[in-house]
Design a protein around this ligand. Structure first.
Ligand code: GCO
Ligand code: MN
Ligand code: MN
Length: 386
């Protein structure tokens, strides 16, 4: 039996807002006490995490004066030093305060947009103070319910202006952030702009400096939209844009559940972990999830342990998949055909040759594809009977 003990080298991270989630939902008050971020850091270090991430307001409450900010920052730095924990990612809360009721960077009000940029520059300063390498943009309020209220082309333009400005700011400051856009299809807005990983990848190409902008896809978000997260992550890796990842659990067709990683869709999560491991994804593995509202303070740590444990178990299953001779024989047989006649690129000669090639359509059609067999082997592997 393997050792599934999380260690800092696994680069598991949690948001302060995840383990600190007090269990509030749109219908009910919190079920748990507010947690001091310093306590969260100490406990996560004890459990083997690598670091914590935060929104500006998770660490320094909104509206704090300069002296309060300084006290909080120096205490938090001390706690991080003592526990050996890192802050690999920082982000801005552009959704809680009522001023952002109609969006931040995509508000129709230019003053709100400027305020959002001011808040983000200050949050970037805070993240840089803690050595954050990645800066996430989740546009929770960047969306609409009433599309008659603004020309749908404008929010894209405003979002682009803000990102270009803020990226230029952080470059000039020498912060060296990798910027990661986090898409979500809806919630809290009826519809959120740039709703999926694919939308974000397309948008990035329109920015002034696309080279340091990538994505932070979240399992729950793409699953809410009914999409295949593994395919989306593959596309992000293919584009060289997988800068960060939010791991959690989610049933399709529901509100954003942010469940413990692996709580739903074990097979999908197995292929996800396999994809990340096979491609040596080196970024943080961030659990953007929270314990159930029914959990008490102790059960929150069972939740955190569970996220990391399931990842490590699935990583071991991925290694087993890669080493299983029966599985590998099927996979090789399925993929053993070599390159296509056009894989070497276009030439007049290759076009002519393919035009004249003769194909045994009958033989190609009747080729055996034992996907049922393969899938059941994977099921047996995951259920631990193989
Ligand atoms: C959500 C989002 C957020 C973001 C976080 C970082 O649906 O609530 O996933 O948790 O990840 O705000 O920007
Ligand atoms: Mn989420
Ligand atoms: Mn997220």
């Amino acid at each position: 039996m393997s050792d599934y003990t999380p260690k800092p080298e696994h680069r598991f991270t949690f948001g302060l807002w995840t383990v600190g989630n007090p269990g509030r939902d749109p219908f009910g008050e919190p079920t748990r006490a507010v947690v001091d971020p310093n306590d969260s850091v100490r406990k996560l270090a004890e459990l083997g995490a690598y670091g914590v991430n935060f929104h500006d307001d998770d660490l320094v409450p909104f509206g704090s004066d300069a002296a309060t900010r300084e006290n909080i920052v120096s205490q938090f730095k001390k706690t991080l030093d003592e526990s050996g924990m890192k802050v690999p990612m920082a982000t801005t809360n552009l959704f809680t305060q009522p001023i952002f009721k109609d969006g931040a960077f995509t508000s129709s009000d230019p003053k709100v947009r400027s305020y959002a940029v001011q808040k983000t520059m200050r949050a970037m300063d805070l993240g840089a103070e803690f050595g954050a390498e990645t800066y996430v943009f989740w546009g929770g309020r960047e969306g609409s319910e009433v599309d008659g209220a603004k020309n749908p082309l404008e929010p894209l333009k405003w979002f682009r202006e803000a990102l270009n400005f803020l990226n230029a700011y952080q470059m000039e400051q020498g912060y060296g952030f990798k910027i990661a856009l986090e898409p979500k299809p809806n919630e809290p807005r009826g519809d959120i702009y740039l709703g999926t990983t694919g939308h974000a990848l397309g948008f990035i190409a329109t920015l002034d400096h696309p080279e340091n902008v990538g994505v932070n896809p979240e399992f729950a978000h793409d699953t809410m939209a009914g999409l295949n997260f593994v395919h989306n992550i593959a596309q992000a890796i293919d584009a060289g844009k997988l800068f960060h990842i939010d791991l959690n659990g989610q049933k399709p067709g529901r509100f954003d559940q942010d469940l413990r990683f692996g709580a739903e869709d074990l097979k999908g999560n197995f292929y996800l972990v396999k994809l990340l491991e096979d491609n040596n994804y080196a970024g943080p593995k961030h659990f953007d999830a929270h314990a159930l509202r029914t959990s008490d303070a102790d059960d929150v740590w069972n939740f955190a342990r569970g996220c990391m444990r399931t990842y490590l178990v699935l990583a071991e299953k991925a290694r087993q998949f890669n080493a299983d001779s029966e599985i590998q024989a099927i996979v090789s047989e399925l993929n053993g055909g070599g390159a296509s006649a056009f894989a070497g690129g276009y030439s007049k000669d290759s076009a002519e040759a393919i035009k004249n090639q003769s194909f045994d359509v009958g033989a190609l059609t009747s080729r055996s594809l034992p996907y049922e067999k393969l899938d059941q082997l994977v099921i047996d592997l995951l259920l631990g009977v193989r």
